[in-house]
Design a protein around this ligand. Structure first.
Ligand SMILES: *Cc1c(COP(=O)(O)O)cnc(C)c1O
Length: 409
């Protein structure tokens, strides 16, 4: 009798994006002519810039001849890419990260989930609302009890981010071992500043805990005062792991390339209290269960750091940022209360007339034919809020905002 991992049975069946898909599909089936605009799922829509496509092609061409053919590469990624990342993403911001501390992978979604392989039983804190992957992967691996009536799992410390705290998660009121932070935040668009991060680093060092810092949206930061990496904060190399991805920064959602930074100074503890290098554990895990990202993809990712690549990816980001502006101006004109959108591609709005997130979803879909994302799908603290994304098409984004402005709220 093959036994299953029963933790999977604890998972709430209604995965946010499948529920959105289902409701949208049903609506379109009943109203095939409705001009539906999707401002829901967080996926990029613009093509890869030309200099990145060129590099991608060159990488493929090298596979054509025996002299330049590449078989298995280093599991941790090619040096040319690790060196470019260390220099451009960290060194240039005063964060000392060695290329060997960077592990190239095929996605941050996998990395944020897989990282739990190297940790034992821990007290887990997760900001709420949050990217659903953090909670679900902890459920799968057995770090939680069952879900309660609100869909929250026993054993997780939820860090409620509220309007009063500008949607920044508060420090835990007790000891925790692992802390998930996402900045710029999906879904709220809030960004932790230097002072905020210093507080987290201080807490983590005092408690010997580790911060799992997801910076998938760092490229959207425009305020020069805001940190792009937690490693810009002194002491973070003793208490943090950072997840980065080319998905949102360079349109790699369909190409797949990301990386995780694990400083060599970072320690975890066994039951007897002896310390162990987290870097070696992850290196062991990564090299055992992963055989590296494809060579042409890594060549394409390295092209993001060339002068041309930087300029062209910046243009793409600016296109999305202009969409965010259009959304914010529309919401302002319609008298909505909203957050984010400036240093992040997400606009987090308060639903009008105290509607629930899902009621607002249905109204927006049925009356205005706009698909967005209900805030409650990201956690209990998201109830009463709603996420719109700047990743859509310019004309459709404008059209959606015209509909919102014209409606009598
Ligand atoms: C999109 C996203 C990622 C990136 O995931 P990939 O697997 O690298 O595409 C990571 N974290 C958050 C919060 C995201 O929204």
């Amino acid at each position: 009798m093959a036994r299953i991992n029963e933790n999977y049975l604890k998972l709430q069946s209604r995965y946010l994006f499948s529920e959105i898909g289902k409701r949208t599909k049903n609506f379109i089936a009943a109203n095939p002519k409705a001009p539906v605009i999707r401002l829901g799922i967080g996926d990029t829509t613009l093509p890869l810039p030309p200099s990145i496509i060129d590099a991608f092609h060159k990488g493929i061409e090298e596979m054509k001849s025996k002299d330049s053919y590449k078989g298995y590469g280093p599991e941790q990624g090619y040096d040319f890419l690790r060196v470019a990342i260390a220099k451009n993403d960290f060194g240039s911001r005063g964060a000392k990260i060695d290329p060997e501390e960077i592990f190239i992978s095929d996605g941050s979604k996998c990395d944020t989930g897989n990282i739990l392989d190297i940790f034992g039983k821990n007290k887990i804190a997760i900001s709420d609302p949050a990217y659903p992957v953090y909670v679900d992967t902890n459920v799968m691996i057995g770090n939680t009890g069952p879900a309660n009536e609100f869909g929250e799992y026993e054993g997780i410390v939820y860090l409620r981010s509220t309007e009063q705290s500008e949607f920044k998660p508060p420090l835990p009121d007790r000891h925790v071992d692992l802390i998930y932070l996402c900045s710029p935040n999906n879904p709220t668009g809030s960004v932790l500043n230097r002072e905020d991060l210093k507080k987290w680093v201080e807490y983590a060092r005092k408690e010997k805990s580790i911060i799992l810092f997801d910076a998938a949206y760092e490229a959207f930061i425009e305020d020069p005062q805001l940190p792009h990496s937690i490693f810009e904060i002194e002491g973070a190399d003793e208490c943090a792991i950072e997840f980065r991805s080319f998905s949102k920064t360079a349109g790699f959602t369909g190409v797949r390339c990301a990386f995780t930074v694990i400083p060599k100074k970072l320690k975890g503890y066994d039951e007897k209290g002896n310390s162990h290098d987290i870097h070696s554990l992850w290196n062991r895990r990564h090299t055992t269960k992963f055989n590296g990202v494809s060579y042409p993809v890594q060549v394409a990712a390295a092209a993001v750091y060339t002068e041309e690549g930087k300029k062209q990816t910046r243009e793409v980001i600016n296109y999305y940022k202009e969409n965010a502006k259009i959304i914010m101006e529309g919401l302002k004109a319609a008298n909505f209360k909203f957050f984010g959108g400036i240093n992040a591609p997400y606009i987090w709005l308060k639903t009008p007339n105290n509607m629930s997130s899902w009621d607002f979803f249905d109204l927006l879909l049925q009356k205005l034919n706009i698909v967005g994302t209900p805030g409650s799908g990201f956690g209990r603290a998201g109830e009463g809020y709603f996420r719109l994304t700047a990743f859509g098409d310019r004309e459709k984004t404008k059209e959606a905002m015209e509909r919102i402005k014209a409606y009598k709220w």
